[in-house]
Design a protein around this ligand. Structure first.
Ligand code: HEC
Length: 107
């Protein structure tokens, strides 16, 4: 009982941290709700990914893949370099929280 309470608090905190990281590093291009409609993304020739689109979340988008894109940039997976390496300064824990948060944006 206590353990599960502690665990759910931890999970809630991890989600909050992932959300904060997303808001500061990603939302300018990917949009506040992840729809790929951020202000900074609007002027780019390549549209930022829409994380709310269920089609985005196909089997190729594994955690490892998402971490590579986030830390090494789109070019590392054959995508546009306009997706810059954004998460290089994040700890492994922060990165995991961010990826977990990205998945909650799916509609
Ligand atoms: C300067 C704008 C910009 C910022 C900031 C940005 N991105 Fe992106 N991102 C892009 C663009 C543009 C693409 C589309 C690349 C393509 O389709 O070739 C993209 C695509 C992606 C993709 C999808 C790659 C795929 O398989 O199609 C992921 C995942 C991603 N970004 C994660 C993030 C995360 C996480 C952050 C914050 C840490 C972030 N991005 C911040 C511009 C940005």
């Amino acid at each position: 009982m206590l353990l599960s309470l502690a665990l759910s608090v931890l999970v809630a905190e991890a989600r909050a941290d992932g959300a904060a990281t997303y808001a500061s590093l990603c939302s300018s291009c990917h949009g506040a709700a992840g729809a790929g409609d951020g202000v900074a993304g609007a002027g780019l020739p390549v549209k930022p990914a829409n994380f709310t689109d269920p089609a985005f979340w196909n089997a190729t988008r594994t955690d490892e893949y998402l971490k590579t894109v986030t830390t090494k940039g789109g070019a590392a997976v054959g995508k546009s370099p306009l997706m810059a390496p954004m998460g290089a300064g994040l700890s492994e824990a922060q990165l995991n929280e961010l990826i977990a948060y990205l998945k909650t944006l799916k509609k």
